[in-house]
Write a protein that binds this ligand. Structure first.
Ligand code: PHE
Ligand code: ZN
Length: 873
């Protein structure tokens, strides 16, 4: 346990800042062991109270007020590292000089070194590790930053805003100044310095402003920046076209760093990226990596308006910027290729990460009520569910009104730190639609469950649909209110043709999809002139983040083939297969022989026949529900039984459909130059989906051949991940080859760790222990830690839940070792142990025991304490 009981911050306790800071002048003298930071803050009183400045781990060397040194008695140091300055006037200039040690900073928050270069990470509360400051997002200031360092140590020195001059000092030093004309909160401050090279492109905004785009990387990585740059340019154009938003500085810099806690960071004019989301070439990066780069580049760029120009009043409003910006990046990606496939992938991701969170011990509303460590709330709920809630509003009011709402939101809130109400009320005013009840989506946790019942009345030719919703209780929220649920839907006749629909009270029938709005706990909708009992297609495009339950298997089979909405086609197939697998899991538990449902073979064959029109969609449709998804549908999970069932079905499909799978596989053989457009990616995805089934049926040789001949990482890795499950030389040789070839490339080596961590082989728990001690394993590098520990605990349910508890023990050992190095990453990795309530008693007890062992560790970080204690509560 932490030495003193950690403090809980509550949304209800918000108070405006006591002092505002209008301008900040920062002078850095960079040195890995002892960096000096001088800060001049022009302050102005805002509310009554003392001047308390946040600070963590700073050594204060000097402090003065309006040019006069402050005596020690007026400088009160708090236990948390903060500094209270006594007797300050209502306005003035405070100057401090502090010393920090970037090379000792293993938490990667504040100023730190990586590979000899300097980088910062300030969101959410890292700026206080750099200088004394009111480190909260509602204090927005104009920054001027001067950086001085030895020229050979730091030939390149970057910060936010526009260049503002350079010069030489004595002793081989030089300095660079950066001026950011836009007021910003401290969490958007950034500094990057060291030996970096740039890939450059010019850009002209739609109003004719010249912008210099630069991606800064380590020497040797210049040939891997093309996709990131291309994605950036497309993002900039898209935001101009779709939202009328232009870039607002003369330069846009991106710096890539290999030690980084998250994906990337939207610092004003100087985005800092995990190398994983910048660097790609076909030999080293998979299609998934390429898509990740496009998404993250777009996401960070879009933050320039949704996050930076308009920012959050406090961290409870985090989804104001994150939900909205994820929605924007999703829309961008949808416009780049297949909208349907993008939606399917996003929903898959939501269900894999957010639904379990919403049903677990850390369940929280999109706008949380309280936190111990804000780092723990950069969650799928705040990001992905937050984006779904923005999408709900978009769906409810329509694209045109949404655009007017965005214009109003930005015009009204520019250069301000605002709340989620400010966003929703702009949407409400622009659309004229009352959105007050949508606030329930922001303030209640838990995934609503939607059920539908229908009846047909032949005499009146009426069809009545009754929708019901129910939101399960979550920690601290026992009772829930109904939320507005937009249900996009349509009706199909017996031949699968879409029927026009007319609701009672309407004059004319409408063709195609229509929107029903379920506002209460239960509501009925009467459709007129329905010639025969129809099949309803509900929740088209996944129009709300809910669990639609109880659709009959015959209807699912029908919709999977006939629906006009591609999402519902995919979803119906998935739900059909899930139902089947759940029934088979029960057979497996009773040790009954597992059969096979001929409908699956038919579905695979139908999908393969139609694959040519949209190979990416076919690849999605071919995939069986994941083990995690199936287990999530069970009251008490049974990872081993789920695994056995899924493997059985994969092998059966592979065997029964071998001819068609092989024909598709051969027909899609790699040809010509590697390209990353949607169609090429879809073809590779489909081909590798076929390969996986063929290997499941026993054709390991095909994977070995593909491993040997692959001309790109997508195909090579797809083969290797299948071979990693094999026995003997089929596995060992390619794994050794892969290591020999790529051990010098961190991002590729991460894949080597992950693949082994996710292997189905019985010896995986032991292998993971051995990999943890491998010379290439480094707990201090977040990507590497995630590639082994995260991949095992989150991506290998079979072995993580090993009956003897070895998986749990390993995770707890790793978390305990990592916590003093990087508490933020340790807290993230511990997540899977929190899901013990969904396991059978013996496993649950083992998981709780490991959580307690973590909790008993002295000097635990606040973040890990919060996760472990809430998991046990
Ligand atoms: N704000 C970043 C994003 O969403 C994520 C992030 C949070 C990065 C905290 C670093 C630290 O793009
Ligand atoms: Zn973001």
């Amino acid at each position: 346990m932490p030495d003193s009981a950690p403090h809980t911050t509550r949304r209800a306790d918000y108070h405006p800042p006591v002092f505002l800071i209008d301008t900040v002048e920062l002078d850095f003298r960079l040195d890995p062991a002892a960096t000096l930071v001088r800060a001049r803050l022009a302050f102005r009183r805002n509310t009554p109270g003392p001047m308390r400045l946040d600070g963590v781990g700073l050594t204060l060397l000097e402090a003065s007020l309006d040019g006069t040194a402050l005596p020690q008695e007026r400088l009160v140091h708090g236990e948390d590292g903060s500094l209270t300055v006594e007797g300050v006037p209502d306005s003035g200039t405070l100057e401090t000089l502090v010393r920090i040690a970037p090379q000792e900073n293993t938490e990667l928050s504040g100023l730190y070194t990586s590979g000899g270069n300097f980088y910062t990470q300030c969101e959410a509360e890292g700026f206080r590790r750099i200088t004394y400051f009111p480190d909260r997002p509602d204090v927005m200031s104009r920054y001027t930053v001067t950086i001085t360092a030895q020229r050979e140590l730091c030939p390149v020195m970057l910060s936010n805003g526009n260049p503002g001059g350079t010069g030489h000092g004595k002793d081989g030093t030089h300095w660079v100044r950066w001026v950011d004309p836009h007021p910003k909160p401290s969490y958007l401050f950034a500094l990057v310095a060291g030996e970096l090279v740039t890939v450059h492109e010019p850009f002209v905004t739609k109003s004719g402003k010249q912008v210099s785009l630069n991606i800064w990387v380590r020497r040797g990585d210049e040939d891997r920046c093309g996709h990131a740059m291309d994605s950036l340019i497309r993002s900039m154009r898209w935001d101009e076209e779709v939202f009328g938003l232009e870039y607002d500085l003369d330069v846009f810099n991106i710096a890539a760093v290999s030690d980084f806690n998250m994906g990337a960071m939207e610092n004003k004019g100087l985005n800092v990226f995990n190398t994983k989301y910048v660097l790609a070439k076909p030999e080293t990066a998979t299609d998934g990596d390429y898509q990740g780069i496009e998404t993250v580049i777009a996401h960070e760029y879009f933050h320039n308006w949704t996050g930076n120009r308009v920012t959050c009043r406090d961290w409870f409003q985090l989804s104001l910027k994150e939900g909205l910006t994820v929605f924007r990046d999703q829309e961008f990606s949808a416009d780049q290729g297949s909208r349907a496939v993008k939606r399917i992938r996003d929903v898959r991701g939501l269900r894999a990460a957010q639904f379990p969170e919403d049903a677990g011990p850390m369940a929280h509303p999109v706008r949380p009520e309280s936190y111990i460590e804000i780092d723990n709330f950069y969650t799928p709920t705040v990001y992905q569910k937050g984006a779904e809630v923005v999408r709900l509003i978009h769906t409810r009011i329509g694209a045109a009104a949404f655009r007017r709402g965005m214009d109003l939101y930005i015009a009204r809130c520019d250069n301000q730190a605002v709340t989620i109400e400010d966003f929703v009320s702009a949407m409400q005013e622009a659309s004229g639609v009352d959105l007050s009840r949508f606030m329930g989506w922001y303030d209640q946790a838990g995934t609503p469950e939607l059920t539908a019942e229908d009846r047909y009345e032949p005499e009146s030719r009426r069809w009545v649909l009754t929708l019901r919703q129910q939101i399960p209780p979550t920690p601290g929220q026992a009772q829930k209110h109904p939320v507005p649920i937009p249900v996009a839907m349509g009706l199909l006749d017996g031949a699968g043709t879409e029927l026009p629909t007319r609701l009672a009270g309407e004059n004319e029938a409408r063709p195609g999809t229509r929107l029903l709005l379920l506002e209460g706990a239960e509501q009925s909708f009467t459709f007129e002139d329905v010639p025969a009992p129809p099949t309803p297609s509900l929740l088209r495009g996944f129009s709300a983040p809910v669990k639609l339950k109880g659709v009959a298997p015959e209807r699912l089979r029908f919709l999977a083939v006939h629906d006009t909405d591609p999402f519902v086609r995919w979803e119906s197939g998935l739900q059909y297969a899930t139902g089947l697998m759940l029934r088979m899991v029960e057979q497996q538990q009773r040790s009954e022989p597992l059969g096979f449902d001929a409908a699956l073979e038919e579905a695979v064959r139908t999908t393969l026949r139609a694959a040519e029109t949209d190979p990416a969609f076919a690849a999605e449709a071919l995939a069986l529900p994941g083990e995690g998804f199936v287990a999530d549908q069970m009251e008490i999970a049974d990872p081993a039984a789920v695994h056995a069932v899924r493997e059985h079905l994969r092998a059966e499909i592979g065997r029964r459909c071998a001819d068609a799978l092989r024909a598709t596989y051969d027909g899609l053989a790699e040809s010509g130059e590697y390209r990353v457009d949607g169609r090429s990616i879809g073809r590779r995805a489909l081909r590798n989906a076929c390969l996986a089934y063929l290997v499941a049926a026993g054709d390991t040789g095909l994977a070995s051949a593909q491993y040997g001949s692959a001309g790109n990482m997508t195909d090579r890795l797809a083969a290797l991940s299948l071979l990693a499950d094999a026995e003997g030389p089929a596995r060992e040789a390619p794994l050794a080859d892969f290591h020999a070839r790529w051990h010098g490339d961190d991002l590729v080596l991460d894949k080597w760790f992950s693949i082994q961590a996710m292997s189905k082989r019985a010896d995986t728990p032991a292998a993971v222990r051995a990999l943890y001690r491998h010379p290439d394993f480094d707990l201090r590098n977040p990507n590497r830690a995630r590639s082994l520990i995260g991949a095992f605990a989150s991506g290998n349910p079979l072995h993580f839940h090993a009956e003897d508890g070895e998986g749990y023990r390993f995770l707890a050992d790793a978390v305990i070792a990592l916590d003093p190095i990087n508490g933020s990453i340790a807290a993230r990795l511990i997540g899977p142990l929190g899901q013990w309530r969904r396991q059978a008693p013996a496993r649950a007890a083992l998981m709780q025991r490991e959580l307690r062992r973590v909790l008993d560790t002295p000097k635990l970080s606040r973040g890990t304490f919060e996760k472990a204690s809430k998991a046990l509560a």
